[in-house]
Design a protein around this ligand. Structure first.
Ligand code: VGL
Ligand code: ZN
Length: 224
């Protein structure tokens, strides 16, 4: 898979609520990537991880928690609860991936038998966290996932990211992986985005590449 080093596969948010036809925040074509991801799971990655968006009912990213705000179109400024100087501009969403609902479960088409770990994220109701590594605020009391430490303890050097949504959680997770020092690949055709407009996917690709993420396809020689 990689000539040297140890590789992990990170499957982002392949959950019922992100998949048609019934998902609360369905990503177009979201379910269609399951076969490709199952094939990736047959490869000899040292560690296979699935992430789940895992929100409390009253999560700040839900439009329902704000008066007169519409999902998808309204933005909202989130202030770091531990440091009011720091803010985060974010989109408000329909309620999705609420803990202990079927919407937050991994889709049944995903072969979970080869998963070594499931990382839940977005549990801190006060902040948004697209990245599986944690929210963008680095304050001691804003909860981070243990993903970076877990990967390092497992001796992982290379991280391959795919899943949903290309332009939100896949992007943020891949960029954080690169920032954490892992050689990072984002697999575009094993991912789907919310914004399918002409420029959307390419703009996301550019942003990832700016941070050192290598965008590849399933036919890449990395998988030989
Ligand atoms: C996501 C929007 C809100 C994602 C999560 O998984 O990309 N997008 N929460
Ligand atoms: Zn979310």
């Amino acid at each position: 898979m990689t000539n040297q080093g140890k590789a992990a596969l990170v499957i982002v948010d392949l959950q019922n609520d992100f998949c048609p036809p019934d998902g609360a925040l369905a990503v177009p074509g979201g379910r269609d990537i399951a076969p490709a991801i199952n094939k990736l799971l047959d490869l000899p990655f040292a560690l296979n991880i699935a992430t789940r968006d895992f929100h409390p009912r009253d999560h700040v990213s839900f439009a329902s928690q704000h008066t007169e705000k519409q999902p998808f179109t309204s933005s909202h400024t989130i202030t770091n609860p531990e440091n009011p100087q720091e803010t985060q501009e974010t989109i408000l969403w329909p309620d999705h991936c609420v803990q202990d609902t079927s919407g937050c479960e991994l889709i049944s088409e995903l072969d979970t038998s080869e998963l070594g770990l499931v990382v839940d994220k977005g549990q801190d109701k006060r902040v948004e966290s697209y990245s599986a590594f944690g929210p963008p605020f680095r304050s001691p009391r804003v909860s981070m996932s243990q993903l970076a430490d877990t990967l390092r303890h497992a001796g992982i050097t290379h991280v391959f990211v795919c899943g949903l949504a290309w332009d939100f959680c896949v992007k943020a997770t891949a960029i954080d992986a690169a920032k954490e020092g892992f050689t990072t690949f984002a697999i575009h055709d094993a991912s789907r985005g919310i914004d399918r407009s002409a420029k959307g996917p390419a703009a996301t690709r550019e942003e990832m590449e700016k941070h050192g993420v290598r965008v590849i396809g399933l036919e890449s020689k990395e998988f030989d």
